[in-house]
Design a protein around this ligand. Structure first.
Ligand SMILES: Cc1ncc(COP(=O)(O)O)c(C=O)c1O
Length: 317
C-alpha cells in the first residue's frame, strides 16, 4: 500500500482477487441452496443485466421482453446494444399476463425479464404465472430479478431452479437492498452450470474487487442480523402504509418490497414539495405505464419515515 496503514495492509490489495471467487460463490450457494458453480457474480445486478443481453442477444436482430411498469435498466442496456425491447404490460393490479407474454415471443426473443417483487410496483409475481412464462419460453432465457426478495419471505423462485425442471430459468439477486451494501456492488446470478459457465467465459477476469469479496463474505455470515433488520423494516412499512391510507389520498398499493407506491392527485408537485420542505426523497413514478399520479417512497428509519409523513401531510392538506 502507498501509505503506512495497518488496516490497508491487512487487506492485501497488492494481490489480485481469486479469479474464480470460490469462497464467495460457495458462501452464496450455501445460503441459497445451490452449488457454487451455479452462482455467477457481477459488479451489481446492473452489470449482470448488461452481460445477459450481450451474451444472449445479437445486435440489430434479437429482442427482449419486459413487463412494464418495471425496472428501467433492462430496456436501457438492450437499447445500448441495439437489441429491441418488446413491452407486455402487467395488469392494472400489477400481475403478470403469461398468455400475453407467450403471444409476444418470436424466434428472435432471447430474454424475458420478470421483476419480482417488482420495481416500482412492490408486488411479488405469482409463482404459477412465472412457471407459465417459463413453460412457454422454451427458446428464451427467463430472468427473474429478485433484487427485493429478502423483503418477501419464502417467496423466491430459487426452489424452481433447484428442481431442475426449467433449464431456461435465471434468478438475479443483489446485496444492494436488504443487505444494505449498495456501495459494495455485488450482484448474484443463480442459474444452471451451463449458463454460469458461458457468463464466466466472457466477463472481465476480476469484475468483483477483493474489497467487495471480503465485505460480502463477512455480511453473508450475518444473515440472522439482516433478517432481524428486515423484520423491523416490514413493521415500519406497515405503519407508513397505514399512515398514508389514513390520509385518504388515493390507492396505496400493497408492497412486498422495502418501499410503498401510492396514488395522489398532482403527484409530481407533491413530490417536489416533499423534497423541498421535508428534505426527503420520494420518487415520482407517474410517467411509468399504469402508474399515473403515483409516488414511490422507500422505507427508512422511524425518524426518516416520520419526516416523510409530515412533509406529505403538509403537501396535501
Ligand atoms: C429491480 C432491480 N434490479 C436491479 C437493481 C440494480 O441493483 P444493483 O445495485 O445490484 O446493481 C435495482 C436497483 O435499484 C432494482 O431495483
Amino acid at each position: 500500500p502507498p501509505v503506512e496503514d495497518p488496516e490497508l495492509e491487512r487487506l492485501h490489495l497488492e494481490r489480485y482477487p481469486d479469479p474464480r471467487y470460490s469462497k464467495l460463490r460457495a458462501a452464496i450457494g450455501g445460503l441459497r441452496g445451490v452449488a457454487a458453480d451455479e452462482v455467477f457474480l457481477g459488479n451489481g445486478s446492473d452489470e449482470v443485466i448488461d452481460m445477459l443481453i450481450r451474451v444472449f442477444c445479437v445486435p440489430g436482430v434479437d429482442s427482449i421482453v419486459v413487463c412494464p411498469p418495471t425496472y428501467s435498466m433492462y430496456g436501457v442496456f438492450a437499447t445500448f446494444c441495439d437489441v429491441s425491447v418488446v413491452e407486455v404490460p402487467l395488469t392494472s393490479d400489477f400481475e403478470l399476463r403469461p398468455e400475453a407474454v407467450a403471444a409476444a415471443l418470436t424466434p428472435q426473443t432471447k430474454l424475458v425479464f420478470l421483476c419480482s417483487p417488482g420495481n416500482p410496483t412492490g408486488k411479488l409475481l405469482a409463482c404459477s404465472d412465472i412457471e407459465a412464462v417459463l413453460a412457454a419460453s422454451t427458446g428464451a432465457v427467463v430472468v427473474v430479478d429478485e433484487a427485493y426478495i429478502d423483503f418477501a419471505e419464502g417467496a423466491s423462485v430459487v426452489p424452481l431452479l433447484r428442481s431442475g425442471r426449467y433449464p431456461n430459468l435465471v434468478v438475479m439477486q443483489t446485496l444492494s437492498k436488504a443487505w444494505g451494501l449498495a456501495g459494495a456492488r455485488l450482484g448474484m446470478l443463480l442459474a444452471s452450470r451451463q449458463i454460469v459457465e458461458i457468463l464466466n467465459k466472457v466477463r472481465a477476469p476480476f469484475n468483483v474487487s477483493s474489497l467487495t469479496e471480503d465485505v460480502a463474505i463477512r455480511a453473508l455470515g450475518q444473515a440472522a442480523t439482516v433478517a432481524c433488520h428486515v423484520q423491523q423494516l416490514l413493521s415500519e412499512r406497515q405503519s407508513v402504509a397505514a399512515a398514508i391510507e389514513g390520509l385518504a389520498l388515493g390507492r396505496v398499493f400493497s408492497s412486498d418490497a422495502n418501499f410503498v407506491l401510492f396514488r395522489v392527485k398532482n403527484a409530481k408537485e407533491v413530490c417536489e414539495a416533499i423534497a423541498k420542505d421535508g428534505k426527503v426523497v420520494a420518487r415520482y413514478r407517474g410517467s411509468m405505464p399504469l402508474c399515473e399520479d403515483t409516488i414511490r417512497v422507500t422505507i427508512g428509519t422511524y425518524a426518516e419515515n416520520e419526516q416523510f409523513l409530515a412533509a406529505l401531510r403538509k403537501a396535501t392538506q
